[in-house]
Design a protein around this ligand. Structure first.
Ligand SMILES: *Cc1c(COP(=O)(O)O)cnc(C)c1O
Length: 354
């Protein structure tokens, strides 16, 4: 069997949840949207069930899948519903719904026919991200209309931060202040902080935290020492070795040309597995206990590494693409993207839980 796999350390996941929850100091939803950022939503939910106060996903289908796997904890749907069918599913499965725009509010007014079941909703304020959420001027009105709906239970007041991963961003301070002004005097629990908010903005801490990326051990602010543990190790093996002469090229487009005679290792991992094709020559790869580098363009199913620094490496030697020795943040930075995208792009490889 092809040796490519992603090992998922569920203890590290629990450690990271406990750390973010302790940092936030109040109830904390574990964000497991997009298949838990590529880590497997059902397995991650089961691993966190005993300690997490609830979960958050993006869409109703993700929440239903968790319910059908036996997850009974609260599940918040961050994008809310798209139509009456979503709303019926949400009611039937006891989901919590974000309401971020007029059409969703109208759906609740017109289509929500509860039979005794109360639907809890999170009313979202646009505090500056200008993506989703009610404007400050219409927020209280939206809250009053929700309050008047039949079958609505608790209403949590929420917003989302756009720049919390930038230290001392004035924008974050403005967003928090705007949230406090717009929600002033409205009863109900509050929620502002994503991972970056939980980890570095004490001013963003409220009744509910919503960390995602930090749970998977990819620190949104890698320069801070937050003691998060990487959850995913993307790994494979050397499946071929060759020596090339100085001046010889490797792979598509002959991007890499050897400066000197070079031992090249072929690794069973490619962009069809989610390893980024945009990774440049020099991207760190951990091979047989040493950090070496990617050389040559990443192919669909394979990539090539420099074995000069690992003379004892050969066929069958272990390769870590990211994990504890090479952080996913490092690879993302080199590839011009973010850890979020790399993690949730992982596919085709087996997920192995430990
Ligand atoms: C995805 C998401 C989060 C989690 O964000 P991270 O940066 O991964 O911690 C929190 N809140 C909302 C509304 C989201 O969409």
């Amino acid at each position: 069997m092809r040796p490519a796999r992603a090992r998922i350390d569920l203890d590290a996941l629990r450690h990271n949840y406990a750390l973010t929850r302790q940092r936030h100091g109040s109830r904390t939803l574990a964000v497991i949207k997009a298949n838990a950022y590529g880590h497997g939503a059902i397995e991650c939910a089961r691993a966190l069930e005993e300690i997490a106060e609830g979960f958050a996903v993006a869409i109703v289908e993700e929440a239903v899948q968790l319910r059908e796997s036996g997850i009974r904890a609260p599940i918040l749907v961050l994008e809310g519903v798209f139509d009456a069918e979503d709303l019926a599913l949400a009611t039937r499965h006891g989901l919590w719904l974000v309401v971020h725009q007029e059409a969703q509010l109208r759906m609740l007014e017109e289509e929500h026919h509860p039979d005794g079941l109360k639907l809890d909703v999170w009313l979202k304020l646009n505090s500056g991200m200008n993506r989703a959420g009610f404007e400050p001027s219409s927020y209280r009105g939206a809250w009053e209309r929700l309050r008047a709906c039949r079958g609505i239970g608790e209403i949590v007041l929420m917003t989302h931060l756009a720049q919390a991963d930038e230290p001392d961003s004035a924008a974050t301070t403005r967003q928090i202040a705007l949230f406090d002004t717009a929600t002033s005097g409205i009863p109900g629990a509050r929620s502002i902080a994503n991972s970056a908010g939980v980890l570095s903005w004490t001013a963003a801490r409220r009744d509910w935290g919503r960390p995602g990326i930090a749970l998977y051990g990819a620190d949104p602010m890698p320069d801070e020492a937050n003691a998060l543990r990487p959850v995913m190790t993307l790994e494979s093996e050397i499946v071929g070795v060759r020596e090339i002469a100085a001046g010889a090229a490797i792979g598509y487009g002959a991007r890499f040309i050897a400066e000197r005679p070079t031992r090249v290792g072929l690794v069973a991992m490619g962009y069809a597995d989610g390893y980024p094709r945009s990774a440049p020559d020099g991207t760190p790869v951990f091979v047989h206990g040493v950090r070496t580098r990617l050389i040559g363009k990443v192919s669909m199913d394979m990539l090539t590494v420099d074995l000069t620094a690992a003379p004892t490496a050969g066929i069958g030697s272990p390769v870590e693409l990211w994990g504890t020795n090479v952080s996913v943040n490092e690879v993302a930075q080199g590839a011009g993207t973010i850890a979020y995208e790399l993690l949730c792009n992982v596919k085709r490889v087996r997920l192995v839980y430990q």
